[in-house]
Design a protein around this ligand. Structure first.
Ligand SMILES: *Cc1c(COP(=O)(O)O)cnc(C)c1O
Length: 224
């Protein structure tokens, strides 16, 4: 089987497993534009990258109707480069970053869709805002201070573990927070679930999954 069949088949397999209401983001980080083009040719339009430089390089070589999602930790000094075209920023993990996105969006005459990233894992390595901060943000209507940002929902990453019970607890906790925040501000997107845990995430109420290795194969960080 060649790569073309493989990537298209994998996308179809996953689409067939998940409810139509759940949106699949194909996480193409570290993979070449040839593979993204194959996924594109099979009809896929939503792709996720986690590094601004890599995203900019790839974007220029690919069709203009791709919806690009910035999924990882975003540095404030890189925000301005993605404002012109980014579809959704998933990893807003501080108010300083939100402030910067709002400032650049205003400068460039845009309204940018974002998700606030919530820290839900039992791991030191993951980014995100604390649950209490998120509640305070919505309760005190702080979104009003960022008129060039559209806060569409929340994003979270579960602990990287074989312990499905723990993953389920973390995702369920995020869903509960998501529902709670809706009392103050309408939210439509709950981004949770990756290759290893998207089935659990969907059972817990995810509306958007970010899947990389199950579509494109394993990433090799040691070659470019
Ligand atoms: C890499 C990455 C993914 C996809 O991970 P896979 O395990 O390859 O599916 C999803 N979300 C974020 C934030 C990522 O950095």
């Amino acid at each position: 089987m060649n790569d073309f069949v493989y990537i298209g088949e994998q996308l179809k397999n996953i689409q067939n497993q998940i409810p139509a209401s759940v949106q699949l983001i194909a996480v193409s980080k570290t993979h070449g534009v040839d593979k993204i083009a194959q996924a594109y040719q099979s009809g896929h339009r939503h792709f996720g990258e986690n590094k601004v430089q890599e995203l900019l390089e790839k974007k220029d070589q690919l069709p203009g109707d791709i919806h690009w999602h910035l999924i990882g930790h975003l540095q404030r000094n890189k925000v301005k480069y993605i404002i012109p075209f980014v579809h959704l920023i998933h990893g807003v993990d501080s108010l300083r970053l939100l402030e910067e996105i709002n400032k650049e969006a205003e400068k460039q005459g845009k309204i940018i869709s974002v998700l606030l990233q919530v820290y839900i894992a039992k791991e030191e390595s993951k980014f995100g805002m604390e649950e209490g901060e998120i509640i305070a943000f919505f309760k005190t209507q702080q979104w009003q201070r960022y008129p060039h940002v559209h806060i569409k929902g929340l994003m979270g990453m579960a602990t990287n573990t074989e312990n499905h019970l723990l993953i389920r607890q973390e995702f369920s906790g995020l869903k509960k927070l998501f529902d709670q925040c809706q009392e103050w501000h309408p939210l439509s997107v709950l981004s949770m679930g990756m290759s290893a845990d998207y089935s659990i995430a969907i059972e817990c109420g995810s509306s958007m999954i970010r899947v990389g290795s199950s579509i494109f194969g394993q990433r090799n960080y040691h070659t470019s």
